[in-house]
Write a protein that binds this ligand. Structure first.
Ligand code: DAH
Length: 348
């Protein structure tokens, strides 16, 4: 029994000294290793009288359990200590200023196109997109421009070759009118806008061989010039500012009758006359008109029951005016320094 007390005493002393995991493991060897104090005591069982064997075994087990309890709880607290130290050392100083993340910005054409779309969607229009490679039929014939029509000259373009010679890069988004009317099998009311790229054989500071237009088409019963005027006035004011004045001039387009061209008061000189408006105070921005009954009929509409108005404008031109871009070619140059400026412009 003295052995038991000895072990208990030495264990009590040893426990106080442990400060690291390594010391703790060494202690385990000292007590429970092959030649450990408790292991050796356990081996004594063979020398114990039979009637005392049970009590002896229980005593050894109690010692073992006492040691293991201490071992487990000490191990846990030492590990926690280590972890806490590590966390302390690795702490992130959140008061340091962060590195600036370089954000991209939307291209001015994307911005203004989305602005157009949002405006028309808010008036109940759907955005309708058509292909850039179009048939001669959709681009011209079904818009009242049969082969050989002189008005085709104003829209010289890129034709495809050989078996595709009846296809071309569309010169105007007005093709969407034909497609939308033909897709609409019920031949009832329609309200669409179609933004997209168009192509012409032009190139200088204000004309690019590729540019963007947005087309609008409204078909319903009892549609008149008043609807067209109201819509386009609202459109110009929303995009270019409430102070913008809008003027309608008679014009000619084969697919509308009557046709108009729409001018807005020059936003640079407020109508006084400057280089931008060539001294006139006005800038032409839109072509429009009442859809020609023959155009309605060619796409299956009953022109006695339905009327429509249509309009088309160059998105690039609006972007140039709105953002003060002097050369259309910079819009397509993909120079990041150019694109980045528009983040600021919109929030001004
Ligand atoms: N498509 C014409 C152009 O590219 C613009 C235009 C004029 C569109 C009158 C229309 C319209 O829808 O009614 O010059």
């Amino acid at each position: 029994m003295n052995k038991e007390n000895e072990i208990l005493k030495s264990l009590e002393e040893d426990q106080k000294k442990i400060t690291t995991l390594q010391e703790l493991n060494e202690l385990k060897v000292k007590y429970l290793g092959k030649k450990g104090l408790i292991t050796e005591l356990n081996a004594e069982i063979k020398n114990v009288a039979v009637e005392e064997k049970k009590a002896f075994g229980q005593m050894v087990n109690a010692l073992k359990e006492k040691f293991l309890n201490f071992y487990e709880s000490k191990k846990e607290s030492l590990e926690e200590e280590i972890l806490n130290k590590k966390l302390e050392q690795e702490a992130i100083d959140i008061s340091l200023p962060s590195k600036k993340v370089k954000r991209g910005s939307l291209h001015p054409m994307t911005r203004i196109t989305e602005e157009f779309e949002d405006l028309f969607v808010s008036m109940g229009y759907t955005v309708y997109e058509g292909p850039e490679i179009e048939s001669d039929e959709n681009c011209f014939q079904k818009l009242n421009l049969p082969k050989g029509h002189p008005a085709r000259d104003a829209q010289d373009t890129f034709y495809l070759k050989d078996e595709y010679e009846n296809y071309l890069l569309r010169t105007q988004t007005s093709t969407a009118q034909v497609r939308a009317m033909e897709d609409h099998t019920e031949k009832g009311p329609l309200r669409i806008v179609c933004p997209g790229k168009v192509y012409r054989r032009d190139e200088d500071a204000t004309h690019s061989h590729q540019f963007m237009q947005i087309e609008g088409l409204v078909i319903d019963e009892n549609i008149s010039m008043a609807d067209l005027k109201g819509t386009l006035e609202l459109f110009c004011k929303k995009i270019l500012g409430e102070k913008t004045k809008v003027r309608f001039r008679p014009s000619f387009f084969p697919f509308t009758e009557p046709s108009v061209e729409v001018d807005v008061s020059c936003f640079k000189c407020q109508g006084k006359g400057c280089a931008l408006c060539k001294g006139t105070g006005w800038i032409e921005v839109l072509g429009a008109g009442m859809v020609h009954p023959h155009v309605l009929e060619m796409s299956g509409y009953d022109s006695k029951k339905y009327q429509g108005f249509a309009f088309g404008t160059g998105i690039d031109r609006f972007a140039m005016f709105k953002y003060g871009i002097p050369d259309i070619r910079t819009i397509y140059g993909n120079d990041i320094r150019f694109i980045e400026q528009f983040d600021r412009k919109d929030s001004e």
